[in-house]
Design a binder for this molecule. Sequence first.
Ligand SMILES: *[C@@H]1O[C@H](CO)[C@@H](O)[C@H](O)[C@H]1NC(C)=O
Ligand SMILES: *[C@@H]1O[C@H](CO)[C@@H](O)[C@H](O)[C@H]1NC(C)=O
Length: 335
Amino acid sequence: MVYLISLAIALLAGKGFGMSDKCYTLSMEGGGSHGAYEAGVLWSFATYIPAEERAWDIITGISAGSLNARVCAQFDYGDEINMAENAINAWLSAKTMASIAVEWPQGLYYSTFFEPSLYDSSPMLTFLQQYSGTVINRNITVGVTDYESGEFMEYNQDIGTDLLTVAAKSSASIPFVFTPTLLNGHWYGDGGVLINLNTNEAISFCRSLGYSDKNIVVDMIRDFDGQDRPKPQIVNNTKEAMDRANVISDFYSKLWFLYDFSHSFPYVDIRYIAIPTKPLPPWDGTFPLDFKPDDMQWEVELGKSDGKSFVENGIKGRHAMKAKKLDEIPATHYF
Ligand SMILES: *[C@@H]1O[C@H](CO)[C@@H](O)[C@H](O)[C@H]1NC(C)=O
Ligand SMILES: *[C@@H]1O[C@H](CO)[C@@H](O)[C@H](O)[C@H]1NC(C)=O
């Protein structure tokens, strides 16, 4: 009887975990302080996608995406708007990089040779703890790179609330800049060293619950500027060949996992792939770690407006990859 009552309450309260005929997933990629853009998109996804279709069963993340996933894990299914607001508050509260990393006492030059990283990123853990809450109410998984074995690893709530925060920090330990993170006896660095978007882990999770691929709905939030596929170009000299190689390599290294994902899981319902519609700061082109309040606010607002227009205009799935048909997407076959 008690069981039936709680079941009825659960049903009345709307969708709980695993109670739908579809498995909804969300994945957020790495990108330093562009995590603020992701949080903005997340807010609009939570606000404009119907409630029963955005109670994501799992959130996967790499680096900045892992920090977002971690601060989301405390929110129950159905509570996505508060979840997104918490993520936005976290990014806006950072103000400067010092919230997550500080110079080692002997300065940057010394650190290059005698410390494990340019900056001491231990403040990142305290920062993350402030926004992560004390409970885990939603499945997340974060990807890290094991520096010793060279392998990719995933961590989820099975390691416990406190260590999940350490795992998210590991996932965001950008090589060279931030300190590798010790967890379970392993030194981990940023998951993006290997792959910058781990949507494949979301598929494994839904499959393990018994969902067939056609019932798995995938949303992705990317945060690197969507650059165009390189146009045909004749190369005349060394300098041009070098520039050309950089353009090609940049394009593919930021997209191979999307291509492979499409080919590896052709029956999965790729719903939204959010990509910034404008270049994101810093405008001098350096790696996004400045955390300037104006820039963070700008990224959040662009994320909100992009997210809203993706949902309202139905810019979906493969269209966002600038390729309408599967056979127009190059195959790289990493998975
Ligand atoms: C996460 O998923 C598992 C199924 O693999 C489920 O048993 C568990 O309750 C979920 N955890 C949360 C916090 O929803
Ligand atoms: C190489 O030369 C051709 C012919 O002058 C020109 O059209 C092309 O743009 C040049 N390639 C590059 C990369 O500038």
